[in-house]
Design a protein around this ligand. Structure first.
Ligand SMILES: Nc1ncnc2c1ncn2[C@@H]1O[C@H](COP(=O)(O)OP(=O)(O)OP(=O)(O)O)[C@@H](O)[C@H]1O
Ligand SMILES: [Mg+2]
Length: 294
């Protein structure tokens, strides 16, 4: 059951667009059972794409769902952690969703009750890191793929996402500026992997953990000129390839995805030349995701 985190240091690079469309494509074209976890506390972008009618209540903070935040809060108040979580069904496709919660913005290990006992403090930080992982295990959430959308910020929520993910991918605009954040993401993944190894060798020998792998950057808004990426973007692709992994397929910048977002539909449901092209690109990316994140 691969868990894939969609993470980036920069905002507006296509995380939500990639996560949403790949979830639908995995279900629709590959018959996979998919869970999407929305850990983007600011916009709840992927929640809004699946459930447009929830956006207002999300903003007002009036949704009754048990969310990821509920679990962090239980750690802060040192109350017993009840594992239950609300899983909503998106019925047009076989996709389940744990929706966003604005209060995740306030999550930080600083709120954990602390003692002067190093071992206890570290175990407590480890529980914080494991929150999303424990939700999946304790609720026996079994899927073919779990995709996690995130907020563009290095945070303790991001560390929990990295911990639970088998693979992380990083959407980039493929312009000169936005791919610069990729090394930051890679080093955050390394930092989580290293910390867990340290915990394992000291206070948590029984912990079962496979290091999180960086599966690659994904160009989500490439500009083309005559069927190939523009010169500047070709250079960026080359730079990304030399720096590490980048998906061979990419999505070009265009009107299809913008119209799909306005109509609150996947681009697969939209007609028109550009929508067809972007649909095809996203389908190819999904096939590549299946190969890179088996
Ligand atoms: N290839 C594309 N062509 C045109 N518009 C696109 C393309 N990809 C994404 N967009 C649009 O760009 C905007 C930003 O994309 P998206 O919300 O997926 O980014 P994000 O990384 O999730 O942002 P944030 O960090 O704020 O959550 C959206 O309005 C989306 O519809
Ligand atoms: Mg987003």
């Amino acid at each position: 059951m691969p868990v894939v985190g969609f993470i980036s240091e920069k905002g507006g690079v296509g995380k939500t667009t990639a996560c949403y469309h790949m979830a639908i494509a995995l279900s629709r074209y590959h018959k996979k059972k998919v869970l999407v976890i929305d850990a983007d506390y600011q916009r709840g972008g992927v929640t809004g794409r699946f459930f447009p009618n929830l956006i207002e209540a999300f903003r007002d903070g009036t949704l009754p769902d048990e969310t990821l935040f509920t679990k962090y809060q239980q750690l802060y108040s040192a109350s017993s952690v009840s594992p239950s979580i609300t899983v909503r069904k998106y019925t047009p496709d076989n996709v389940d969703v744990i929706i966003a919660d604005k209060r995740l913005a306030s999550v930080t290990t600083d709120k954990l009750p602390s003692t002067n006992n190093l071992r206890e403090n570290n175990l407590s930080i480890l529980s914080h890191l494991k929150v999303i992982s424990d939700i999946i295990t304790d609720n026996n959430l079994v899927y073919d793929y779990i995709l996690i959308d995130s907020h563009p910020e290095i945070s303790d929520v991001l560390r929990s996402i990295i911990y639970v993910s088998d693979y992380c991918v990083s959407p980039v605009k493929l312009d000169l500026q936005s791919a610069i954040g990729v090394p930051t993401i890679v080093s955050e993944i390394t930092s989580v992997n290293d910390d867990v190894q340290l915990m394992k060798s000291t206070i948590a020998p029984q912990l079962v953990f496979t290091p999180t792998a960086f599966a690659g950057a994904i160009g989500m808004m490439a500009r083309e000129w005559g069927g190939t990426p523009k010169q500047s973007e070709r250079e960026e692709l080359r730079r990304l390839r030399s720096a590490g992994t980048v998906f061979k397929n990419y999505v070009t910048e265009g009107d299809g995805l913008r119209r799909a977002a306005q109509e609150r539909l996947p681009v697969f449901n939209i007609t028109g030349a550009n929508a067809d092209k972007q649909s095809m690109q996203l389908k190819k990316l999904t096939v590549e995701l299946l190969a890179k994140c088996p």
